[in-house]
Ligand binder design. Structure first.
Ligand SMILES: *Cc1c(COP(=O)(O)O)cnc(C)c1O
Length: 402
């Protein structure tokens, strides 16, 4: 077949006439009703719906407690506060993530230390973690990249041995499971995000799940200015009006409007994940015999991804094009591809802090080869087929062997 004659990049017809984004929320009438109900109720914020939402999530993942925040980044900040991260402390994390995973360390005055990733799973490499532990290390922030849980057992064992706290960035991994447990019930604290591209959305929102009562209480107080009204936490209780600010917290509260949307979205979570899994499997099947494309691999079938992102890695030695050329060609086909992520320490702010290229060679190599394909439950099977068609068209066009 002559793909060249049909190529959009040379004026041919694109595979799609309508642009397909890489991610998008799914909002239905139930969601809209849920939001309107709150608007007609007594409380827009700090009302009864927030705890209901928290309870749904904690029960689902199998954790004792959950504290919802205004966004996932605020939730990570809260977790770093509850851990007691302070100036001079080191926290080990992955560079193959959104900057929030390491920014939360900086908010507390700590120092992010970047461990390299495994080239099969693209998750943080436990051998690299071990090499970076010092007397100053206080915590590890593994990221469940694309929804595939990191090596959680090994990471938590390392943490126990060195008395470190594990704050899991599970922004991609709501609904993922690891050796019989859901993500959210494994590490000391786990964060989930409810940004519109994530598994379920509250517009903006995030949550920490934990089994630890002390963390739970610190997180709640941190979320609302460091204020408490709890009698048993106040020495000089003066009456029913009384509250005290006991530490410097923030206004990181989620609203009842958001929490209500969250509950309504949560009711669709199983369906969402089922669709994501089905679509991811279609991609994996379609690409498995194409030597120009390498897919993320799962080392253990007791670990299951919730498929937030579908990332392909280009085998550039077999292609006549750069990643950028292939990316641009797919955009011309109206396929909304993306790149997740540039290593966090490549960003100018981190460069100014003194981080240099070369510290995580695997993450840097991966960054130069990856493309994120559209994946979200509101896509149709037809959309998935369009993506496969466009990827094959572009890959074959640039292949050295076709
Ligand atoms: C989305 C995301 C966050 C931040 O969540 P927000 O709710 O957008 O603040 C953190 N880490 C990762 C890996 C993410 O994908």
């Amino acid at each position: 077949m002559n793909y060249k004659s049909k190529l959009a990049i040379h004026g041919g017809t694109p595979v799609r006439d309508k642009y397909l984004p890489y991610g998008r929320q799914w909002i239905d009438q139930e969601d809209i009703k849920a939001v309107v109900n709150v608007l007609n109720s007594d409380y827009l914020t700090t009302g009864p719906i927030i705890e209901k939402f928290e309870h749904k999530i904690s029960k689902y993942v199998g954790a004792r407690y959950a504290v919802a925040f205004s966004n996932g980044t605020a939730a990570l900040h809260g977790a770093c506060y509850a851990t007691g991260i302070k100036s001079g402390d080191e926290v080990i994390t992955s560079p193959m993530t959104f900057v929030a995973s390491s920014n939360c360390i900086l908010y507390q005055g700590g120092k992010p230390v970047f461990a390299d990733i495994d080239m099969n799973t693209y998750n943080i490499d436990t051998k690299s973690i071990k090499k970076l532990i010092t007397d100053k290390t206080k915590a590890i922030i593994p990221v469940d990249y694309t929804g595939l849980p990191a090596d959680l057992e090994e990471i938590n064992n390392i943490a126990k041995k060195h008395r470190l706290v594990v704050i899991e960035d599970g922004a991609h991994a709501l609904g993922a499971s690891y050796k019989g447990k859901r993500v959210g019930a494994i590490s000391d604290m786990t964060m989930f995000s409810f940004h519109p591209v994530k598994h379920i959305t509250t517009g903006e929102g995030g949550i920490i799940t934990t089994d630890n009562k002390e963390y739970f209480e610190k997180l709640k107080q941190f979320r609302t200015h460091g204020i408490t009204k709890q009698k048993n936490k106040i020495d000089d209780y003066q009456g029913a009006w009384y509250y005290e600010m006991q530490m410097l917290g923030y206004n990181y509260r989620i609203t009842d409007i958001q929490a209500s949307l969250g509950i309504s979205q949560f009711d669709k979570l199983d369906k969402f994940i089922k669709l994501r899994r089905e679509y991811a499997n279609i991609y994996s099947e379609a690409f498995k015999d194409i030597e120009e494309i390498i897919c993320q691999s799962n080392k253990d079938d007791r670990v299951s991804s919730s498929h937030h992102l579908y990332v392909i890695r280009l085998n550039l030695s077999k292609l006549k094009a750069t990643r950028k050329e292939i990316y641009d060609a797919l955009i011309k086909e109206n396929i909304g591809v993306n790149v997740h992520y540039m290593p966090a320490y490549y960003h100018p702010y981190y460069k100014k802090l003194g981080y240099k290229k070369g510290i995580c060679p695997n993450a840097e190599k991966l960054y130069s080869e990856i493309i994120t394909l559209p994946l979200f439950p509101a896509m149709s099977r037809r959309d998935i087929c369009d993506v496969v068609k466009a990827v094959k068209k572009i890959i074959y066009y640039y292949s050295k062997s076709v």
